[in-house]
Design a binder for this molecule. Structure first.
Ligand SMILES: Nc1nc2c(ncn2[C@@H]2O[C@H](COP(=O)(O)OP(=O)(O)OP(=O)(O)O)[C@@H](O)[C@H]2O)c(=O)[nH]1
Ligand SMILES: [Mg+2]
Length: 237
């Protein structure tokens, strides 16, 4: 079964060549799709060069920065239009260890969604300022209580879906774009009855490049969890 790893990029020119090579080296069944939003640092041009030299690398260029959620939805639709059995989400900044892809490919045989979790066995985050760690940790408790989804790391961005999960979710109705996007996908997968499993990862703060984290992304998540519960209760998920 072929696996597509989707990586959205915005100004990741130093990271993407290295991460791509490490991802593809994990397993011959893996291919890579990078969604670049016309990064001002020239990531898109580097990607075109990489794709020209390797048939396992695919690139989608979008005209400008449109956010993580819409990038993933674009990638999911592309994956469903091709013959991938498994689809992974991953960041370009080395926060997500490529070696964990081995664990994903192993575990996904027995479930529908494997989540690389920072909070499943203690707190596995390296080099985050305490303020950011506390925000993420308590945001996760808040989201878990409001949504009722029994996942420790609801905002996790490193995971592997079985194709059927993406087929079952109405991707055109996914509304959120930041951390809430991850919550929204987990919420849908869980309440549609798919088997979700968390595996521990060690999450490291990005080493190179700029963070895109902002307040808007946090507020979006605060109200989105209520919206999701309401939609579920109205049976409109
Ligand atoms: N295509 C696309 N990619 C994006 C966009 N925003 C962020 N990304 C990418 O999405 C991934 C996650 O974004 P990050 O900036 O690492 O977000 P974060 O992990 O919450 O924050 P930091 O690691 O502190 O920067 C990275 O690979 C980014 O390059 C966007 O608007 N469009
Ligand atoms: Mg990051």
């Amino acid at each position: 079964m072929k696996c597509l790893v989707i990586i959205p990029t915005y100004n990741e020119k130093d990271n993407i060549p290295v991460i791509a090579q490490q991802v593809l080296a994990r397993d011959p069944s893996i291919e890579l799709l990078v969604i670049d939003d016309n990064s001002p640092d020239g990531t898109g041009r580097i990607l075109d060069g990489m794709a020209a030299g390797d048939r396992r690398i695919h690139v989608i260029h979008r005209p400008g920065k449109m956010g993580l959620g819409t990038a993933y939805v674009t990638g999911f639709k592309w994956a469903l239009a091709h013959d991938y059995g498994y689809v992974c989400e991953m960041d370009a900044d080395f926060s997500h260890p490529p070696a964990t892809l081995d664990v994903f490919l192993e575990r996904i045989r027995d479930c529908d969604l494997v989540i690389g979790s920072r909070y499943v066995s203690g707190i596995n985050v390296v080099n985050w300022p305490l303020k950011r760690l506390l925000l993420s940790y308590f945001a996760n408790i808040y989201a878990r209580v409001v949504t009722g989804v029994p996942v420790r790391d609801l905002t996790a961005g490193f995971k592997c879906y079985r194709r059927a999960v993406l087929e079952a979710i109405n991707l055109d109705r996914i509304k959120s774009n930041g951390y809430a996007f991850q919550i929204e996908m987990h919420f849908n997968a869980f309440y549609k009855g798919f088997k979700v499993e968390e595996v521990p990862i060690i999450f490291e703060e990005r080493r190179m490049g700029q963070s895109k984290m902002n307040k808007k992304i946090v507020y979006e998540a605060v109200w989105m969890v209520w919206r999701l519960q309401l939609l579920r209760l109205l049976k409109k998920l």
